[in-house]
Design a protein around this ligand. Sequence first.
Ligand code: IPM
Ligand code: MG
Length: 368
Amino acid sequence: MIKVKKRKILLLPGDGIGPEVIGEVKKIIKWFNDKKSLDFEMDEDLAGGCSYDKHGSPITDEVFYKALESEVVMLGAVGGPKWDDVEFSKKPERALLKLRKELKLFANLRPAICFEQLVSASTLKPEVVSGLDIMIVRELTGGIYFGEPRGIKPIENGERKGINTHTYTTSEIARVARIAFDLARKRSNKVTSCEKSNVMEAGQLWKEEVQELHDKEFKDVELSHMLADNCAMQLLRNPKQFDVIVTDNLFGDMLSDQASMLTGSLGLLPSASLGAKNKDGEMRAMYEPIHGSAPDIAGKSIANPIASILSFAMALRYSLDLDNEADALEKAVQHVLNDGLRTKDILSDGMKEVSTSAMGDAIISKLQ
Ligand code: IPM
Ligand code: MG
């Protein structure tokens, strides 16, 4: 059993714009070490397509073990068209899925917050998204992403059959629902649980288990159940009706992409993937921006580092118990947006366009 080393941060920048945006996080971690005398121990290694290119595997055992003993893993992004023809088990995404599964990071927190300065960047009407603050809690280690049997196999008539299996056990449902209820208590005290209980038995079980946990331990939290397709529609119609949404791995993947666009840009949204606390109160966790590797803009110094920087703020809050530092970092981001600085993805009339590193530097200058 590998122990978690306190304050150890492993950076896995990955592919595409990953190294650029994690580069800005690195500057911020250094700033906290130098200026705030924090003792973060930083290490950096390969995961994703870059690891495949060098080692023939999307994540080596060595890097995987480093992740296991790190209190925080900061991931950039993995994948890109370059690796489209790589065999399935060696695709860059397998690194991410292995880390999630083997580090047992079952709860994925994906906030969708609409920054007041960027209301106009959303494709929805300002009054629909202004003030939006949703937390999507996505189950991350179960469901159709990992269920067995899976694969592609030939069948008698000469055709091929693709198979994936969607499964959930009661404990898998209850542990992620518990996270959602706990979070709701610190927010607006409302949980919407999404499934397809009208067509899937696993969805019916999901609904029953969430309700049971609610009735036993979280009666004070307002709980409603919603079919996932209806939730997709409601997110566009009236997103501010939601506080915390809890849902399975696949629906969570889709609904969180959708929710993120309500806020104007994928480039702003962080995420946290959390495991269970052990008896010593230690927890494994990985933090990553919601956006992907964006190979079309990689290497141009135009990527928005804010999602990664806010992911580090989540790490300060959820893993490192540094709420004040997390607040300060989030406020620094707000200040920079108030000053009118924008990376290309969120640029609008009258604002000043800045590069990836200039955005990072500006945020650091606001931390001073
Ligand atoms: C996400 C991504 C991943 C997922 C991919 C890259 C495997 O879309 O984190 O939402 O499907 O979970
Ligand atoms: Mg996704």
